[in-house]
Design a protein around this ligand. Sequence first.
Ligand code: UDP
Length: 328
Amino acid sequence: MRVLITGGAGFIGSHLAERLIARGDEVTVLDDLSTGEVRNLDAIREHGRFALRIGSCLDVELTNELVDRVDMVVHLAAAVGVRLIVERPVHTIETNVRATEVVLAAAAKKQKTVLIASTSEVYGKSAKVPFQEEDDISLGATSRSRWAYACSKALDEWLGLAYQAEKGVPVTILRFFNTVGPRQTGRYGMVLPNFARQALRGEPLTVFGDGRQSRCFGHVQDAVEAVVRLMDCAAARGKVFNVGAREEVSILELAERVKAACASSSRIELIPYEEAYAEGFEDMPRRIPDTSRLFEAVGFRPETSLDRIIADVLADQRGRLTGDERPR
Ligand code: UDP
């Protein structure tokens, strides 16, 4: 199969590209390198079935040309990471909404299948446990920039489902929960690479709020497995799927487990949300996926243990430390 991965030089996209090359697909990556990195593609860069185009999905001509040449599009290009969203809300809203419009319009010309990456963030402030795909969503006020991200991705979902309903474009939506693993940088605020880096450098682990908020962390390889299976599943078209793990951990416990896993002497520092993000920042206390829909459709759900995930992220972060930063 010929596949276009937008945002394919990013964290999830580069793992997906490797996986598709390994199974014999022809892969083109379109990435503007705003958060992705060419070195993420080192393992497949020279492969005969792989091509990298540096550019933006907002470039209508380029996107049309690339979509035309493939059988399927996995649209991962987006502005992600809570820190980026809070700091650059205009960029987030414009990138996320406009890029998806361009990709869907290109796909509609020849009815190409599109998988759209969305996020558990769309459940917003809902306190329901666990989250199911048909649940109501509950976003905060427009004065709180965090929710602009959720809203932009919710609009992407609506647009995708509307293209399927009205124009017959086969579309599948994936709501990624906290997905972590090698190659994820802590630069945009993601907690696990941050903690791993801090623990390895002997710096304080920065726990925001009281640390009692919890998340379920899924391994990127599991997320990729779910994507590949949904790519191959015709019955998944027109539907939304949660993609996430079910092992819940509080952020404070996560910090302790990261420290223990690398025998770090770092201390844990609690930082108020206002200091970490912005005045009036709203976090969600728990975020747990119901993955039964995914399991029923493709017979798979993310199950890699948190211990294994922490070990993989620590190994990756160790490799990124410069000589001066390596613990003696
Ligand atoms: N967090 C933290 N310290 C950090 C980065 C994040 O305590 O250095 C917290 C963050 O406030 C949230 C959780 O960890 O409660 C997960 O954050 P992340 O940005 O990784 O993902 P989110 O679930 O917010 O999308």
